[in-house]
Design a protein around this ligand. Structure first.
Ligand code: ADQ
Length: 725
């Protein structure tokens, strides 16, 4: 198998810029790039993304030059104009999604043009991916900027193997619902086979939004979308542990450390390193440091805070404001506490080279990582990996994904200024042995689940989705279908059992809707089937007898209504079941109350059962009401003979023994059939599949877990098969 891997992320690991009129290519040594490198065993792999320079600045030959140069490095460019960069990247991605995904609704802007650009650029990425994608490719899409890409690829290539990983938090539903395009974003993601998050909390929030916004429920994190399964799981990203650990041997790092040593002898060092982003909580951290100096004056002139902030997203207003706020606070605190020979805060607004960052991690007595929200936070893990002497203390916000793994850090709520101030003090005064104990435990974790492991784990699970799909889904293959047709042709006595809703006819909004009626085409097809004397065709449905009579009055069909409660035989409806009004009288008021309190739901009373339909109910309300109704019904039903059943957007209360299995069994024993075919989509059809002989052709529609031998994905496929017969 050609194991091509296609990585898709907004930015490529190579950045192109123009220096003195010439194009310059800089490779980023980012963790993801390292991880992907270890996965890129095959020469066929490619990384698709934006090279970081706007295409309006480029001539045709420069674009060609970029493409050629990037291809040498395993990358392929998606060129974006400066307008697209503004609206898609700075706009929708960083001014709408980023703030909301980090619980900053006040920073979020909603601009139609941003959304248009987001769709356009996602389509552009998709188009580029499709240039490389073959049937056997593994496509791995990264992050919140490209949430529409999985579905766009899926539409073009039904069988593609697509993974998606979100590097930010996935917010709780109350935040996610604010996004005007929430449905489209979720549908976009559901194009993937595997969707990964850093933590189980994010998985849970995502699944909640899926059920509340789109109405798709899940089973242990797996969502069924028609004939596809979408898996979700937590994959906490790691770092290139060895790289940070080995820096202790790097001479450059030693030289930098030496130059800092003077500072270190007299002073304790508290370090803060982030991209300058409002989610990282730098102003609140400064407040906490100020309070630390107030509460623990013994550290005045004995401790310094080094703040390293890497300039980021300077073209977004919120980031410009943030810089101003940080600088005001730094200068105020320095002004308040500084002496002639000491200043409490050293502040740098610039990227630092890797060796220097590494030296700083080694230097810091306390590492202060207090984001207000963070998907994971790699700085915390990098600090841990750099502490080859096992000393030092990590103060870590419990709002960062990393807090779930690094439980031996001093965990704080970043909004609790006093708690952070105290944690700085606790870190500085912690005994060496306590530091060692905690650091070693954290190191064991970070060394174990490295970025390579993370990437391999994700890809392994992604590949497994394909195997799982093959195992659980029993699609009727072409050969099996030909065999079925041949057996049908050779048979003299054939029994054909067909469910109606969801099998011969798509579900309509309400059971009473006129759209539920059979189309002329369907009627005609059934007529042709019944005209063949060798066939006995029976519609076996949960519908009321009168409805079935009105739908199929002129047909020579057998009819079974109410899951076997009624049978149409020799021109009349007969029933062997007794109508027992007692349980119905106690249940009816409950259902009526639920209908009244649940707009969009309907209540249907049949001779032997009740059905509560919730297809039109707002998904989040339906979810809550459905569970509440089941509980209420359970406590109200005092008979073991009556069961509560969950079907396609319905809850049905009916006698347990009244099921399609009993009815199908009776028909199957009527004579010695040479060929039996049963097709259905719902839970009631499962009884039918189980009741029929092993050699019967039992077919489930819709790809859920089933007792049927085969599966077809939708009504159209059923009609096509019947037509072929
Ligand atoms: P970021 O928000 O960028 O990443 P983070 O995880 O901390 O946050 O990664 C930042 C990286 O930049 C680290 O590797 C760090 O070494 C480097 N860096 C930070 N400050 C630097 C400085 N001053 N100079 C040089 N390098 C610096 C997003 C999510 C995170 C998630 C990652 C990975 O927001 O939550 O952990 O992706 O999934």
């Amino acid at each position: 198998m050609n194991d091509k891997l296609i990585i898709v992320s907004t930015r490529l690991p190579v950045s192109v810029s123009r220096v003195d009129g010439k194009l310059r290519f800089d490779s980023s040594a980012g963790g993801l790039a390292t991880a992907i490198h270890s996965l890129k065993k095959s020469k066929d792999s490619v990384w698709v993304g934006w090279p970081g320079i706007a295409s309006d600045d480029l001539t045709r030959s420069e674009k060609q030059q970029i493409t050629t140069e990037l291809q040498k490095r395993g990358c392929y460019p998606v060129f974006l104009t400066s307008d697209q960069v503004d609206a898609f990247y700075s706009g929708y991605s960083n001014s709408t999604l980023w703030p909301l995904f980090h619980y900053f609704p006040r920073e979020a802007t909603f601009v139609d043009d941003y959304w248009r650009a987001y769709q356009e650029v996602n389509a552009l990425f998709t188009k580029t991916v499709l240039k490389f994608a073959t049937r056997d490719s593994k496509i791995w899409v990264h992050d919140y900027q490209l949430m529409l890409v999985p579905r766009m690829i899926r539409t073009a290539q039904k069988d593609a193997l697509i993974g998606f990983f979100l590097h930010t938090p996935f917010p709780s539903f109350e935040i996610f619902r604010l996004i005007p395009e929430r449905e489209m974003l979720l549908e976009g993601l559901l194009g993937a086979d595997m969707i990964g998050f850093h933590t189980y909390d994010y998985v849970h929030y995502f699944l909640t939004s899926i059920v509340k916004v789109l109405g798709h429920e899940n089973s242990l994190g797996t969502i069924r979308i028609g004939d596809r399964l979408v898996h979700t799981d937590a994959f906490p990203i790691g770092i290139d542990y060895k790289k940070f650990e080995n820096e202790s041997k790097n001479r450059k790092v030693h030289a930098i450390l030496k130059s800092f040593n003077v500072l270190r002898v007299k002073t304790k060092i508290i370090l803060s390193v982030d991209r300058a982003d409002y989610t990282k909580g730098i102003p609140a951290r400064l407040d906490a440091f100020e309070q630390f100096l107030e509460r623990y004056p013994q550290y005045v002139k004995k401790a310094v805070l080094l703040i390293i902030a890497v300039p980021s997203r300077g073209d977004v207003d919120a980031y410009r404001d943030l810089r101003a706020t940080i600088e005001q606070k730094v200068s105020r605190i320095n002004g308040r506490f500084a002496t002639i020979d000491w200043s409490p805060i050293t502040y740098r607004y610039q990227p630092v080279p890797f060796e220097e960052l590494s030296a700083l991690y080694r230097l810091a007595d306390v590492m202060l990582v207090t984001p207000l929200r963070d998907g994971m936070n790699l700085v915390a893990k990098e600090y841990v990996a750099s502490r080859s002497n096992h000393d030092g203390a990590l103060v870590l916000s419990d709002m960062a994904g990393a807090a779930i793994e690094l439980t031996d850090a001093l965990l704080v709520n970043p909004n609790n200024t006093t708690q952070v101030a105290d944690a700085i003090h606790d870190g500085l005064s912690m005994t060496r042995s306590e530091q060692h104990k905690r650091m070693k435990k954290m190191q064991a974790r970070v060394a174990e689940y490295t970025i390579e492991k993370w990437a391999q784990d994700f890809i392994t699970e992604l590949k497994a989705t394909k195997t799982r799909k093959n195992k659980t889904i029993k699609s009727l293959t072409e050969d099996q279908e030909n065999e079925l047709i041949q057996k049908y042709d050779n048979a003299e006595k054939r029994l054909i059992l067909l469910d109606y809703d969801g099998t011969l006819k798509e579900f309509s909004s309400s059971p009473r809707s006129r759209r539920s009626e059979p189309t002329n085409k369907l009627r005609k097809m059934l007529k042709v089937l019944t005209q063949d004397k060798r066939n006995k065709v029976v519609i076996i449905s949960g519908r009321k007898k009168n409805t079935l009579s009105s739908y199929f009055k002129d047909h020579n069909l057998g009819l079974i209504a109410e899951h076997g409660g009624w049978m149409f035989d020799l021109g009349r409806w007969i029933s062997h079941s007794k109508n027992t009004p007692d349980w119905k009288n106690s249940i009816r008021p409950i259902l009526k109350t639920f209908v009244a309190r649940t707009p969009g739901s309907e209540f249907e009373e049949k001779d032997f059962s009740f059905v509560w339909h919730y297809r039109l109910v707002q998904p989040n309300l339906a979810y809550v009401r459905k569970e509440a109704l089941k509980t209420k019904l359970k406590s109200a039903l005092h008979s073991d003979e009556i069961g509560i059943f969950e079907g396609q957007k319905i809850i049905e209360v009916k006698p347990k023994r009244m099921n399609k299995g009993a009815a199908a069994n009776k028909l199957a024993r009527e004579t010695k059939w040479d060929f039996i075919l049963a097709i259905g989509d719902d839970y009631t059809d499962e009884d039918m599949f189980l009741a029929l002989p092993h050699n019967a052709y039992t077919i489930n529609v819709g790809m859920q877990d089933t007792n049927a031998r085969f599966q077809l994905s939708n009504v159209d496929e059923v009609l096509r098969l019947l037509h072929a017969l």
